[in-house]
Design a protein around this ligand. Structure first.
Ligand code: MTE
Length: 305
């Protein structure tokens, strides 16, 4: 366990200054513990053959898709540093018994962080292996008590045009960035909310302070800088699916047999290898079929891509 949970403090009872102090002590605890202080890599990673080895942090933290900031991957790291991430809060509502606004500090006080070493596969056919720090989304959702009418979970990224150039110019996508999962996908134990990587804070370019990680889906489902989670009875409209429905399906499960209309998904380039060499075969559900295939029994994965 990374941080000993203390008694929960209601956000309403504490001042901004107290929040700031709490955040600092939380961060100190996180840094003091280092990677060795977190729970051992989850069972999900056990028995992987060959064992996964993490992509160098420098690559993962300098080659980023974050279209609110830039179209190219290389300038995101610098531009993203402008985004204020202190005193972050998350609104959770919709089809739940106990909706509310939660400060991230309070959430983290209750959620022990785990390290999860996951494959991460972009729809653009490159991949990496990342040691995330986070906690299962199902634990947070359980706290707000989903109603039986909740069938989907919608996630919304921060909208801050004064710090996000493409939001300010209204370029590329409809902002804010929105993603969604079916409720059983959201409740699956492999689905996490990440607040760190490589035993440290989550860098801003990788979605600080809170992002989704769904390791069996293409990376665009793993939405960054989340400010709102809504449980819904109907399928939410999602950013990429809306912008190009024939290219980016709602499910976006990694599948070597279903090509993108403009390129094959059969192989991928691990980050760090040369552009046309050392490709590896892409695995169904990104190598997590044993854990997640049962979510899609009797579904035609070509139709529901
Ligand atoms: N989340 C937001 N808010 N904005 C984005 O542009 N890009 C997605 C996803 N989450 C994106 C996002 C895509 S396309 C990918 S591949 C991953 O973030 C990239 O995550 P990384 O930069 O940590 O590798």
């Amino acid at each position: 366990m990374l941080i000993k949970p203390k008694a929960a403090i209601s956000s309403a009872e504490i001042t901004d200054e107290q929040h700031f102090k709490q955040r600092r002590s939380l961060i100190k605890a996180l840094l003091a513990s280092g990677a060795s202080g977190v729970l051992p890599v989850a069972a999900a990673n056990a028995g992987q053959t060959p064992p996964l080895s993490a992509t160098p942090a420098e690559l993962v933290q300098s080659y980023n898709n974050y279209y609110e900031f830039a179209f190219d991957k290389e300038s995101v790291r610098d531009l993203a540093q402008a985004l204020p991430t202190d005193q972050w809060s998350l609104e959770i509502g919709g089809e739940v018994e106990k909706p509310g606004k939660f400060y991230l500090e309070d959430i983290l006080r209750q959620q022990p962080l785990e390290e999860r070493l996951y494959r991460f596969r972009c729809v653009e056919a490159w991949s990496m292996v990342v040691p995330w720090l986070g906690f299962p989304l199902q634990r947070l959702l359980a706290q707000v008590k989903p109603l039986s009418s909740a069938k989907f979970v919608k996630f919304t990224s921060v909208y801050q045009p004064e710090f996000m150039p493409n939001q300010e110019r209204g370029l590329m996508l409809a902002w804010p960035y929105v993603e969604a999962l079916r409720i059983d996908e959201a409740m699956h134990p492999l689905t996490i909310l990440a607040t760190g990587m490589y035993g440290n804070h989550l860098p801003k370019q990788n979605g600080a302070p809170l992002r989704l990680v769904v390791p069996w889906k293409y990376g665009f489902k793993s939405i960054k800088a989340i400010v709102k989670i809504e449980l819904q009875s109907k399928p939410p409209v999602t950013t990429w699916n809306k912008s190009a429905p024939h290219e980016y399906g709602f499910y976006a499960n990694v599948n070597p047999d279903v090509s993108h209309p403009r390129w094959s998904q059969a192989t991928e380039r691990p980050l760090g290898s040369a552009l046309f060499t050392a490709r590896r075969n892409t695995e169904l559900f990104n190598g997590y079929a044993e854990q997640v295939a049962s979510l899609y029994t009797n579904m035609d994965l070509r139709h529901f891509f």
